[in-house]
Ligand binder design. Structure first.
Ligand SMILES: [Zn+2]
Length: 310
């Protein structure tokens, strides 16, 4: 099946199967149409194929009870399905590119560009809201936060409804949520979980946030946890200037001042090749945890409170 199933038939149901968005791959989908009419929430995971907490949450979400749902939930739990089988970090094996840098895609480009184009033209327009689930890849630790397309107020409000304490306004023009936000769809990227692990606490935190989103959209009834307004941030991400061995000097959530030493890259004999110094103040939201580092890779994500940037 290349096309999506009908999202609104008036018949409560769970439908599962596979789609072929591009000739190279088949991806799984789960559709839950609720017993009552309502909006359509689209949830993707596995853009980064080894961020397992997000994938497991999406897998569980496909079993939502239609009788307790108003509207339609469409879940694409593993977009980079070849990468999932290969336990790939960051990239799609078909083209070696990071799918979350390929949006809005191209109809005649690489596999990732064509998959992105399919999402932008065939999937996102059907959403009343869109969640893209991520987390710390096998090479990253992080403290939970949401990301929304910076300047898009409906997305900022949706991120607040997810209920994590920090929300980052992204300036990217090439990721999932920027492409969906450009279509006017409230869109949020969620980061929960570290190092590819999918412990129960992290998966539950992801599910709880999705539950708050569905409640916010009037897709479910009943009480949810109270939401505290998140601290709004932008992000500074120093990249590795050289390849080598990465020695971080900071821990998650550490406060960062301008000039702080974030870590250094050494060669295998211990010679310091580069010292990474903070150029912006903030706090550590994520960082690379592998000893191996390649030039151009992200070393640390520093969240910068919005009030200090204005
Ligand atoms: Zn990711």
């Amino acid at each position: 099946m290349q096309n999506l199933p009908e999202l609104k038939t008036g018949r409560p149901r769970i439908e599962q199967g596979f789609l072929r968005p591009i000739p190279e791959i088949e991806i799984p989908f789960g559709l839950v149409e609720g017993a009552k009419p309502g909006p359509c929430l689209i949830v993707t995971a596995g853009v980064h194929a080894s961020e397992y907490c997000s994938i497991e949450a999406a897998v569980r979400l496909m079993h939502t009870d239609p009788q307790k749902l108003c509207g339609t939930l469409l879940v694409l739990p593993i977009l980079n399905v070849t990468g999932f089988r290969a336990r790939s970090i960051y990239v799609m094996p078909e083209d070696g590119n990071n799918l979350n840098r390929m949006f809005p895609g191209q109809p005649d480009g690489s596999a990732g560009q064509r998959l992105a184009h399919w999402l932008v033209t065939e999937v996102f327009p059907k959403a009343d809201a869109y969640l893209d689930l991520h987390g710390g890849d096998m090479s990253e630790s992080l403290t939970p936060f949401t990301i929304y397309p910076g300047g898009h107020a409906p997305s900022e409000a949706l991120a607040a409804a997810f209920g994590l304490p920090i929300s980052v306004g992204s300036q990217s023009k090439s990721n999932t949520i920027s492409a969906a936000g450009a279509l006017g769809i409230p869109s949020v990227l969620v980061e929960i979980g570290c190092n590819g692990l999918w412990d129960e606490a992290s998966v539950t935190a992801m599910m709880d946030g999705i539950g708050r989103i569905m409640h916010h959209m009037h897709m479910t009834e009943g009480a949810t946890n109270p939401v505290i307004a998140p601290r709004l941030m932008t992000m500074s991400v120093p990249l590795a200037p050289v390849s080598g061995l990465w020695y971080s000097a900071k821990r998650l959530s550490d406060p960062i001042a301008i000039g702080d030493r974030l870590g250094e890259i050494r060669d295998v004999f211990g010679t310091v090749l580069a010292t990474i110094v903070a150029e912006k103040p903030g706090e550590v939201l994520y960082q690379l945890t592998t000893l191996a580092v390649n030039a151009g890779e992200a070393l640390v994500g520093i969240g910068i409170p919005v009030e200090t940037t204005s």
